[in-house]
Design a protein around this ligand. Structure first.
Ligand code: ADP
Ligand code: MG
Length: 350
């Protein structure tokens, strides 16, 4: 007799949800992406106890149709993808229709949303994946607020694994900060444990401004705004580098700087990691005796050359001619640094 059994549907759903939403920061990322997909220009994230007791994302985006509310937390229910042909043309973050379903599966979730043309806001509540009650009119301005109470409330072991609330808060703030730099046109706010504002970008459209607000003017006073367009390799790059400093300077020995070093990469609007690109840019800087505390690059690559169908939890992206693109960026950074090298040179010991 065989031993293989098909898992019951509800077990399958729980497992799938657990793959996408592992910790509060994953939920925040998904919710922020939905807000950006909805064209929001203001996104406020509120968390309590690292997002474990409360996690809320409020936006001023398009809002959700009342009739769509019962579908938002259904698996594979999306307004963004209609057919397989759309897949290679997706410009939104989401398209799988899995995020809200996954979060709702492991929490109590409330959606309150108002479209600009609707007479009032409507809300709907879910608990462990099922709708509780019906759609109700509600107070609320234009846009959408998703409130998640008691994330992983049904999973003692998951809660125990995430009991370091300071660490979870830090991860949430970190992910919001990434998006804030990526989207300087959008104002991001993080409120934590009723202590007021932990992060606030103003949405001025200038990356330098965001970097200044997030990391202090000191790091940003000679920030380099990066821009490269390479039609032959089918990509564009935008980014920002905090003021480079000589590896022989006092800054280089500052342990806080060392600890806070960040390399942030977005490919086609998704935060991803790419070890090759990271080490090659570090090499470029090092070859000039320089280092930097913060470097963010956002690459836009012809979607047909990128594998978009990576799993949401896998952040490593593959694209064609990766080596050539990396080399081109290296060349560009080299030229940018060379043009400005005298600014940093006086800091080099003679
Ligand atoms: P996906 O983003 O992959 O479509 P989600 O589960 O994240 O799937 O969201 C399901 C649907 O709910 C979206 O397709 C969208 O229509 C709607 N939605 C979710 N969040 C928002 C929001 N903040 N504003 C407007 N619509 C939203
Ligand atoms: Mg989504």
């Amino acid at each position: 007799m065989g031993v293989i059994q098909q898992l019951p549907e509800d077990v399958v759903r729980k497992i799938a949800a657990g793959e996408v939403i592992v910790r509060p920061a994953n939920a925040v990322k998904e919710l922020i992406e939905n807000s950006l997909d909805a064209g929001a220009t203001e996104i406020t994230v509120t968390i309590k106890e690292g997002g474990m007791t409360l996690l809320q994302v409020k936006d001023n985006g398009t809002g959700i149709y009342k009739d769509d509310l019962p579908l938002v937390c259904e698996r594979f229910a999306t307004s963004k993808l209609r057919s397989i042909d759309d897949l290679s043309r997706m410009t939104t973050f989401g398209f799988r229709g899995e995020a809200l379903a996954s979060i709702a599966m492991v929490s109590s979730l409330n959606v309150t949303s108002k479209r600009r043309d609707a007479p009032c806001a409507y809300q709907i509540a879910y608990k462990n994946g099922a709708m509780t009650g019906r759609i109700r009119p509600s107070a609320g301005g234009d846009g959408t607020t998703i409130t998640v109470d008691g994330l992983f409330e049904a999973s003692e072991s998951r809660r125990a694994a995430l009991k370091n609330h300071a660490e979870e808060s830090a991860r949430v703030i970190d992910i919001v900060a990434k998006y804030a730099v990526h989207r300087p046109d959008v104002s991001f706010i993080v409120m934590r444990d009723e202590r007021g504002c932990d992060l606030r970008s103003l949405g001025t459209g200038k990356r330098e401004d965001v970097l200044g607000v997030l990391y202090g003017d000191e790091l940003c006073k000679e920030a380099l705004v990066l821009r490269l367009n390479d039609p032959t390799l089918h990509f564009e790059m935008e980014g920002i580098m905090a003021s480079p400093y000589s590896i022989h300077s006092a800054e280089a020995k500052d342990s806080k700087r060392k600890r806070n070093k960040q390399f942030v990469l977005f490919i086609n609007n998704r935060p991803v990691s790419c070890a090759v690109l990271k080490s090659s840019t570090e090499q470029t800087l090092a070859s000039k005796g320089l280092a930097t505390t913060y470097l963010m690059m956002a690459l836009m690559i012809d979607p047909s050359r990128v594998d978009v169908n990576v799993h949401p939890t896998k952040d490593c992206v593959f694209f064609l001619q990766q080596d050539d693109v990396t080399e081109r960026i290296q060349e560009y950074l080299d030229a940018v640094l060379e043009a400005d090298i005298n600014k940093y040179r006086p800091k080099l010991p003679s």
